[in-house]
Design a protein around this ligand. Structure first.
Ligand code: PLP
Length: 382
């Protein structure tokens, strides 16, 4: 499509050719509705069932625990509002670094007599056990802490946090949208009740996600209708997208070791160069996703740098990719106690398995050049 170098894989990823192949039979010709009993309907149902197994296998869950949704956002909303709507008031605790797909439904619960508590992040972007334990001194009904942050890539010890939540008999959800395909994700080991996933972050198609759910959890649907997905997500299924999601999960699980080590090599190469350019890399001291680097240079606006790099053929993100129309500094960095002026300079590079060492070197070369040019312009303006 473009000869530009794509370095925004936490935003979305390219559709893997094998995934497209798996989807093609469901994109043309006569398709059945998966609720129909005839041969066309049964074929659609079988395709969905196979995808359900593939998604479940990728995260060590049982197929019956997979609820397909239209996106990671919908899975997060179902996890929060779906449980929140079972009672008229309560208390929800979310971390201060969550994606808007979690913060906004939590806010919506606050309009219905719920209290929202924010679990503080430490300076490295980690949610410490003590911070959760302090919040849970007052009873909470829902806890939501993401497995890996979309901006910094910082990974949380969800199993340990889940143990604390269980100790308080509190329902716990994790948003694993960015973690899937980049690190091992096991629903049982994570010690949680619900987990959100998204297809297009793992080289699957856009338009599919899933909530993995402990079957003992009482949950209300967001959409009512024909009763698909055991009544939790009515609406005729997007079969091609679900099939693609399943195929992407199978490929991601198979390739995870090789993919992780390639991504880490690219990221380390980038950060070696960034160090020489005096960048501040956020969360660098702790465990992060192997593909993500979030950094800033004092005195240079992230938005300005992103646009300058775009003109030179490099697609990167500033702040959170999903709210890139906002010029506010990243709420994640502010929660980490980063100085707002430095936070305004934040730029994110997120690698995918197609990226190469040559692209990293070309990026560093262009970055160096653009930084010098922008610094000169800033000096003239002052
Ligand atoms: N959660 C996280 C951590 C994300 O990074 C994103 C998207 O960037 C989402 C949820 C939303 O997923 P989707 O784009 O599938 O709605």
């Amino acid at each position: 499509m473009s000869s530009a170098v794509y370095l925004d894989n936490n935003g979305t990823t390219a559709l893997e050719p094998r995934v497209l192949q798996a989807m093609l039979p469901y994109l043309s010709g006569q398709q059945g509705n998966a609720t129909s009993r005839h041969i066309f309907g049964r074929a659609a149902r079988n395709a969905i069932d196979q995808a359900r197994e593939q998604v479940a296998d990728a995260v060590g869950a049982h197929p019956s625990q997979v609820v397909f949704t239209g996106s990671g956002t919908e899975a997060d909303n179902l996890a929060i509002s779906g449980v929140g709507n079972t009672q008229t008031s309560g208390r929800i605790a979310i971390s201060s670094i969550e994606h808007p797909a979690v913060t906004k439904p939590a806010q919506a619960l606050a309009w219905q007599n719920w209290k929202v508590a924010k679990i503080a992040s430490n300076r490295d972007g980690q949610i410490e056990k003590a911070a959760l334990a302090a919040i849970l001194e007052e009873r909470a009904d829902i806890v939501s802490v993401m497995l890996a942050n979309n901006e910094t890539g910082v990974i949380q010890d969800i199993a340990a946090l889940g143990e604390i939540a269980r100790g308080h008999k509190t329902y716990m959800h994790t948003d694993a949208v960015q973690a899937l395909g980049k690190i091992n994700v096991d629903f049982v080991d994570l010690n949680i009740h619900a987990m959100s996933l998204s297809s297009h972050k793992i080289n699957g198609p856009q338009g599919a996600g899933a909530l993995i759910l402990d079957k003992r959890i009482d949950i209300r649907p967001l959409l009512y209708g024909g009763g698909q997905e055991k009544g939790l997500r009515s609406g005729s299924e997007n079969i091609a997208a679900i099939v693609g999601f399943g195929a992407a999960c199978a490929i991601a699980s198979h390739d995870i070791q090789q993919r992780t080590s390639k991504l880490r090599t690219l990221r380390d190469r980038l950060e070696h160069g960034l160090k020489q350019l005096d960048a501040t890399v956020f969360g660098a001291a702790v465990e992060r996703l192997p593909n993500t680097s979030f950094f800033a240079f004092g005195g240079i606006e992230g938005e300005t740098l992103v646009m300058a790099l775009d003109r030179q053929g490099f697609a990167v993100a500033s702040g959170s990719a999903c709210s890139s129309d906002s010029t506010e500094p990243s709420h994640v960095l502010l929660a980490m106690g980063v100085d707002p002026d430095l936070a305004r300079g934040a730029v994110r590079v997120s690698f995918g398995s197609h990226n190469t060492a040559e692209e990293v070197d070309a990026f560093l070369h262009t970055l160096h050049h653009e930084l010098s040019r922008l610094r000169k312009l800033t000096a003239i303006a002052v």
